[in-house]
Write a protein that binds this ligand. Sequence first.
Ligand code: NI
Length: 256
Amino acid sequence: MATPSAAPAFRRSRLVRLLSWPLYLALAAVGLVADPAAGTASASPGPAAAPGTGAVDCDSVPCVALTFDDGPGPYTGELLDLLAAEEVTATFFVVGRSAEESPATVARAAAEGHEVGNHSWAHDDLTEKTGPEVARDLERASLAITGATGRWPDLMRPPYGAVSETSLAHTYYPAILWDVDSRDWTGLDSEAIVESTMEQVRPGSIVLLHDSLAPTVEAAPELIDRLRGQGYHFVGVSEILDNTDLENGTAYRRRP
Ligand code: NI
């Protein structure tokens, strides 16, 4: 799913990181972000487990990445309880504004081994912004996420899955889309969410779900049961994409 814009986007990304360095150091000095050189999240609320370091070999066993968007919200805690009880690893693409309002929930997700990605500051359609506005929006969200987890997010998901050449060129993260749309956002009930997902899933899938929706959280126990019954292992997005060097500004939909 590489795009021609990947290579220049990557070069620009390094430039932006250099430009952002004084801000980063300033935040590190006041303990808002972890010092990457230290290797520990000294000021984080809990030890953020490095995602994608599990022992599952997705070439040998069927893997699936469940992704939950638009939180944190009122149902996120219940979902985290379930994932902990079932020992399921997932990925949360959180809205920066909500992460700033509910940092403890985001911190918990990270501390319990889930991946936490950037889903923009306020869930705007990034294709309606200028390139610099896209970059500023995502940076603002990442600052809120880092304030909660102590870890700068590695991944982003564009709201609505909407991307353009301009938005991707100013997205200094891999852009994670999906190959399985549960269609939970269309108002399906929990049973229909399970059926819709099971009809589409295959080894290596990235599944779009929303922890902001009550029927989705209600569907999660049965969905996990059914997938496990088919032999699936639950991994984060980084792991299903094989922890390869993902390119900034490039969209990914499933395991290659
Ligand atoms: Ni969304």
